[in-house]
Design a binder for this molecule. Structure first.
Ligand SMILES: Nc1ccn([C@@H]2O[C@H](COP(=O)(O)OP(=O)(O)OP(=O)(O)O)[C@@H](O)[C@H]2O)c(=O)n1
Ligand SMILES: C[C@](O)(CO)[C@H](O)COP(=O)(O)O
Length: 236
C-alpha cells in the first residue's frame, strides 16, 4: 500500500537541432505514427500512472494531432528553451493538476519512443519507494576513446562503472522540484544529475540499450524496425 500517486511527464518541447529536418522530430512518423504518440502511449499504458503531462513547444502547431482523444489522463503545457526549463514547467503544471510533493513522477523524453514496457515496470518496482529515485540506463558496452584536438586517440578510459543514462527517470516530485530549482537550466542534461547535486544517489536500473533517443536521421531505421515488430511489448 503506497501513499503517493505516480505521474508521467513527457519532455516534448525541443526543436531537434541535430536532426536538421523540416518539422520537429517528435512529430516525424515512424512505423505509422508520430514519435510523440508512441512515447505518450508508453506512459499511459502503465496502469499505475494517474496522468501524463506533455510539455510542448510554444510554437507547436501539431500537438492536437497526437492528443489521445477523450483520454482524461493526458494533459499538456508549454515548455522552455532548455530541457530542464521544460521539465520544471511540466512539474508546475502537474501541481496545478493536483499532484503533491510526495507523489512520484516519471520523466520521459518524447524522443525515446521505443522504451520497453517491462523496463518501465521494473523501474517503477525498484525505484518508486526510494527517496533518491532512479533511472533506466545501460552499461557502456564499447571500448572508449578520448580524442585530442586533432581527433587522434589521446587515451583509452576504463568503461568500468560507466552507464548511459536513458529515460524514464523516476523521482519524488517535491525533491525533483527542489533539485531543479538549485541548478541553472543549462547546467545539467538530465534530472538525475540535478538530484545528484542535492546529494541524492539515484538508482541505475538496467534497461534495454534499444531505448535509443531519436537524435539523428539514421536512428529512424532501428526505431521503425523495433516499433513495427512490437519490440516494446506494447500490444504483443
Ligand atoms: N527545450 C527543450 C529541449 C528538449 N526537450 C525535450 O527533451 C528531449 C530530449 O532532448 P533532445 O533529444 O536533445 O531533443 P532536442 O533538444 O529537440 O534535440 P537537439 O538537442 O538536437 O536540438 C526531447 O524529447 C525534447 O523534445 C524539451 O522538452 N525542451
Ligand atoms: C535525458 C537524456 O535523454 C538522458 O540521456 C539526455 O540527457 C537528453 O539530453 P541531450 O541533450 O540529448 O544530452
Amino acid at each position: 500500500m503506497t501513499d503517493y500517486r505516480l505521474w508521467g511527464l513527457i519532455a516534448a518541447a525541443g526543436v531537434g537541432q541535430r536532426m536538421d529536418s523540416e518539422g520537429p522530430k517528435q512529430y516525424h512518423r515512424i512505423a505509422g505514427r508520430p514519435v510523440l504518440g508512441w512515447s505518450i502511449d508508453a506512459l499511459l499504458g502503465m496502469p499505475d500512472v494517474t496522468g501524463v503531462m506533455v510539455v510542448r513547444n510554444a510554437d507547436d502547431r501539431y500537438f492536437e494531432t497526437v492528443l489521445p482523444s477523450g483520454d482524461s489522463r493526458c494533459s499538456d503545457c508549454v515548455g522552455g528553451a532548455q530541457r530542464q526549463a521544460s521539465v520544471r514547467a511540466g512539474l508546475a503544471a502537474l501541481r496545478h493538476w493536483g499532484a503533491d510533493a510526495d507523489d512520484r513522477v516519471l520523466v520521459h523524453d518524447a524522443a525515446r519512443p521505443a522504451v520497453r514496457r517491462d523496463d518501465i515496470r521494473r523501474l517503477i518496482e525498484q525505484v518508486a519507494d526510494d527517496p533518491d529515485g532512479g533511472l533506466l540506463a545501460a552499461p557502456v558496452r564499447d571500448t572508449l576513446k578520448r580524442a585530442d584536438r586533432d581527433r587522434r586517440v589521446a587515451s583509452t578510459p576504463s568503461r568500468e562503472g560507466l552507464w548511459q543514462a536513458m529515460t524514464p527517470q523516476l523521482f519524488p516530485l517535491g525533491r525533483l522540484e527542489s533539485a531543479l530549482a538549485m541548478v541553472a537550466d543549462d547546467a545539467v542534461t538530465d534530472e538525475a544529475q540535478a538530484m545528484e547535486r542535492l546529494g541524492a544517489r539515484p538508482r541505475l536500473v538496467a534497461g534495454d540499450p534499444g531505448n535509443i533517443k531519436y537524435t539523428y536521421p539514421q536512428d529512424a531505421y532501428w526505431l521503425a524496425w523495433a516499433l513495427d515488430r512490437k519490440w516494446t511489448g506494447e500490444g504483443a
